[in-house]
Design a protein around this ligand. Sequence first.
Ligand SMILES: Cc1cc2nc3c(=O)[nH]c(=O)nc-3n(C[C@H](O)[C@H](O)[C@H](O)COP(=O)(O)OP(=O)(O)OC[C@H]3O[C@@H](n4cnc5c(N)ncnc54)[C@H](O)[C@@H]3O)c2cc1C
Length: 500
Amino acid sequence: MPSAHVPVVIVGAGPTGLTAATLLARYGVECLVLERWEGVYPQPRAVHLDGEIRRILDRLGVGDEFDAISRPALGLRLVDRKLRVLAEFHRNPTGGRNGYPDANMFDQPELEEILRAAVKRHADVTVRGDVEVTAVVPETDGVRVDFTDRTTDAAESVRARYVLGCDGANSLVRTSIGASMQDLNFEQRWLVVDVATTVELGQWEGVHQVCDPARAATYMRIGKTRHRWEFRLGPGETADDYRDIERLHGLIRPWTGTVPIEELELVRLADYTFRAQLADRWRAGRIFLLGDAAHLTPPFIGQGMGAGLRDAANLTWKLAAVLAGDLPARVLATYEAERKPHARTMIRLAKATGVAMTDGGELGNLLRRLITPHLHRVPGFHALVTDGVTPPLRRSELVVRPRLLGGRAGSLVPNAVLDEGRRYDDVAAGRYAIVTTVQPGPAQYGEIRARGWVVVTAGPGTELRRWLRRGGARAALVRPDGTVQCAARDLTRLYTAYAP
Ligand SMILES: Cc1cc2nc3c(=O)[nH]c(=O)nc-3n(C[C@H](O)[C@H](O)[C@H](O)COP(=O)(O)OP(=O)(O)OC[C@H]3O[C@@H](n4cnc5c(N)ncnc54)[C@H](O)[C@@H]3O)c2cc1C
């Protein structure tokens, strides 16, 4: 028999599950996180997150802690096999439109430790480690989650109103709802090498992508003493072929130069199969898929974990509003409608980067030399790699915009400095906001306040005003996750466009 009832059960305490739990707790929603392991998965994986994701970390209350373990990167360099620069894309290392460096390098286990500590600060969240979820079963007015305590083998159950499947690439929750991964036609095997050294390598502090079909590679410094290399493996090669330090050194020597082997500590050597996959459905009734359970991307533009955090930021405020009775349950359909196309676009950009690095043999090398300097003209690539901006969300009940001219709806509001010196995110603080170039009248103010929304005035000469005007608008309704729900030429039209 089910032993307890909670509003939300989250399966998996990876970065996606921990982010979802903390955001829900900040909205006052109680949740139970069930995780197979007692501690954080100790092996390095993700090393990069962008300025948009850094904003989510701030909402979790871990921004300063993250800054202490991360390092801004200067951008992306595409280089040939002799490390000659083919193209260079600069990222703002101090504070871009999101208020933070556009590219932040870090070590995933260190971030997960911070996220675990943060979630424990919320009394509304219970994290149970050492439990294996074995079944997720829809019932009339909720979901039953069965799990086994791995320390005692005892079988237990819990009932929830909603379940979030944040259980990674081999998701049981995905299987339980009858969803399957669609293959987006990319599969390559890569060697991932993490090295620590106190010796300065003297390399450019951005991401180096070696465009070479014979041995495509990536190098980046991720911390004061930490460095990451990734090398495409040839047919039949495995990580074991490179456990011999001399052989491994042969691969990384172009960057380490004359640094003696004894000064290089091998933190991790592993081979990974990089895939591009998207779940065919992300939801069945009260059960949702988030993170790697819903999408897998090759890591070439460092967006896999970020996509999971975007999922959590997109879904949690809606779920909290539905549980509180502030929004109708039908708006939960906007989660998949908005997030799936965005995830697909980012996976395609990652695939395109991978192909640019690896395809075409010697002819490909020649073409690369000609084409890569002009890559900044490719839509999406330019915005992402140069400006740190990801595509706007598609139309949905909570992204209201004309079919042809999109305007600002669906895009992320800049985290601009406001008149009083604070940034947008500090003022909005996870609530709905009206961003407007004109002050609302007393009646409008009353209505806005009654809804619990915030008014952010985009005064003359401010970044927010320029941003609105460039989008052909004077006012915008911005959702708690920072996405513009609708934008209009004046406040009255904004109210008319606002639906739920
Ligand atoms: C080499 C490499 C480099 C990468 N680089 C980047 C990068 O630079 N930037 C980036 O953003 N991303 C990157 N990624 C991707 C990133 O690591 C993943 O996208 C991220 O870890 C996914 O987080 P998640 O929480 O969705 O899933 P996971 O991290 O897989 O977490 C899932 C959790 O669910 C638990 N679980 C699973 N099944 C059950 C069950 N039945 N019961 C209980 N618990 C369960 C697991 O134990 C695990 O803790 C990289 C990945 C690799 C491999």
